[in-house]
Design a protein around this ligand. Structure first.
Ligand code: FES
Length: 169
């Protein structure tokens, strides 16, 4: 006769209950977009720091990646971020004329204009990518920009177009 091991039964029961409650919780959670923000070290990253020091809030789902200059961001980084599940990507750098490397952000501006037209071609909503110039003294602008961008991306919903399923864990 087959005996039922009570421990095994309880642990199986527990797992299924946990899984079930996790599913319920995930359905009830409000959708929060994942945003990747590339920030140049000399201005925008310092602006983000200032926003933090002044206790200006912006969504916790904004993941900042510090780069030496906005022109360090290869357009492939942005496509890769979308592939890996980002819902929006924002690139922040020094104001034109203020780049620490003199002309880096001019390259960024041209390059991003080309990338935007390519994203249009791929069917990625225009509001999912943005370029902003934020100086080290503009903590309030940084926080306001992130809040506004997160709100617009949230309104678009999840990015499914470029998502690479192989990157899902
Ligand atoms: S150093 Fe900030 S954009 Fe070049």
């Amino acid at each position: 006769m087959h005996e039922i091991n009570s421990n095994e039964f309880i642990s199986k029961e527990k797992v299924s209950t946990e899984t079930f409650s996790a599913e319920i919780n995930s359905e009830n959670k409000p959708y929060k977009p994942l945003i990747v923000a590339f920030c140049c070290n000399w201005c925008s990253y310092a602006g983000a720091d200032l926003a933090g020091n002044n206790r200006l809030s912006y969504p916790a789902d904004v993941k900042i990646i510090r780069v030496p200059c906005s022109c360090r961001v290869n357009p492939m980084f942005i496509l890769r971020a979308f592939q890996r599940g980002a819902d929006g990507v924002i690139l922040c750098g020094c104001h034109p004329g203020d780049c620490h490397y003199t002309s880096g952000n001019y390259y960024t501006r041209r390059r991003m204009a080309l990338l935007f037209s390519m994203l249009d071609y791929l069917g990625i909503e225009r509001e999912r990518t943005r370029v902003e110039w934020v100086s080290a003294a503009e903590g309030a602008k940084f926080a306001a920009t992130m809040n506004d961008f997160a709100e617009k991306v949230a309104a678009l919903g999840e990015n499914k177009r470029l998502e690479d399923l192989r990157c899902k864990n």
